[in-house]
Design a protein around this ligand. Structure first.
Ligand code: SF4
Ligand code: SF4
Length: 336
């Protein structure tokens, strides 16, 4: 069951929620796009329903709400350390089905891949999700091929339909608040897409031997290793550690973790001067096979959720979905 409401009623509901929660959703950053006269849709704090962008895909994923781009972990002085404060409020994140599946991948990496990551867990334990329904597929999406076009593990879903918002609420407290606003219950289910223009096919016989194929070579010159594909991806989880010193004595400062990219120079540098995957094609191979091959061996499903953001953002028009579709050609080549 659910509710149908207009902006003014939803704003009352959101105003009540903001007493207890910080709310993050895709919002428009005017003139924040890559060119001076373009906007950027990315995640930010919202306090009213009109601030949420429903009709466009966000260029960046929800990831930065649980895994900040730069996160101070603790402060240190000569004799002591102090953990960085985190918000005392709970958090609500509005996101689409592919991203909610992406959340499961982040949890795999940060909570279930060995001991749970303390800093991630602190934020993650505060988060609840509101699913944004997808009435239609966006450019470059291939969620249906990846099986991420539907999900059930949300507290509430919301679809914008003309002037109305269609809500399916599972959270008991929120249901009560919505009923107190005199909304009558009616049957509502979140919309989801059943087909995308882009389809991918991951060969059933995919083996690591595909790493020897020549399909990777074209990326040596096409990719400029900017790392944008990693930063927009909801399932890329790598970070670097940085110690920032406030003083010349080098003993007072803070430790941060900062998003990292397997596509940029220096990612594979190791002590002693070693450096691996120097060619861009090698980096593409590593990224692609991590997303649609080796991760599945460990977790039973692919890491990539088919959001298509890496294809949307690449300045060299390199298509990740095209690359997946070349894997069968690669397997044929190395199986000869
Ligand atoms: S966004 Fe494109 S050019 Fe930049 S690192 Fe990724 S694949 Fe290479
Ligand atoms: S690899 Fe590309 S399509 Fe797959 S989840 Fe990451 S950004 Fe989305």
């Amino acid at each position: 069951m659910g509710y149908v409401a207009k902006n003014d009623i939803l704003d009352l509901f959101i105003a009540q929620l903001t007493k207890q929660y910080l709310i993050f959703a895709p919002k428009r950053f005017k003139n924040g796009g890559i060119y001076s006269d373009t906007d950027c849709i990315r995640y930010g704090e919202v306090t009213s329903i009109d601030q949420i962008v429903f009709d466009e895909k966000s260029e960046y994923s929800f990831k930065e709400t649980v895994l900040p781009v730069i996160q101070t972990l603790f402060f240190f002085t000569e004799g002591s350390t102090k953990e960085a404060d985190i918000t005392q409020k709970e958090i609500i994140v509005f996101l689409r089905s592919c991203d909610l599946h992406g959340m499961k991948r982040l949890d795999d990496m940060y909570l279930h891949n060995g001991p749970a990551d303390y800093y991630y867990q602190q934020i993650r334990s505060k988060v609840k999700f509101v699913l944004i329904g997808c009435e239609h597929s966006f450019e470059n999406c291939f969620c249906v091929s990846m099986g991420t076009n539907r999900c059930e593990n949300y507290e509430m879903s919301i679809d914008k339909s003309g002037e109305n918002y269609r809500i399916n609420c599972k959270n008991k407290d929120w249901k009560k608040q919505l009923s107190d606003l005199n909304l009558a219950e009616e049957p509502v289910a979140p919309s989801y897409v059943t087909e995308n223009l882009i389809q991918v096919s991951i060969p059933g016989n995919l083996e690591f031997t595909v790493a020897q194929s020549k399909i990777w070579d074209e990326y040596d010159s096409r990719c400029i290793n900017c790392g944008r594909c990693n930063f927009v991806c909801p399932t890329c989880t790598c970070f670097s550690m940085q110690d920032m010193y406030y003083s010349d004595n080098g003993k007072v400062g803070e430790r941060r973790r900062v998003w990292a990219s397997c596509m940029v120079d220096g990612f594979t540098d190791v002590a002693g001067g070693g450096s691996y995957r120097k060619k861009n094609g090698q980096r593409m191979r590593f990224k692609v096979l991590h997303k649609v091959y080796d991760y599945k061996k460990r977790n039973g499903y692919h890491m990539c959720v088919g959001c298509g953001r890496c294809d949307d953002i690449c300045p060299e028009y390199i298509s990740f979905s095209n690359c997946i579709n070349k894997l069968s050609e690669g397997m044929k080549e190395v199986s000869k």
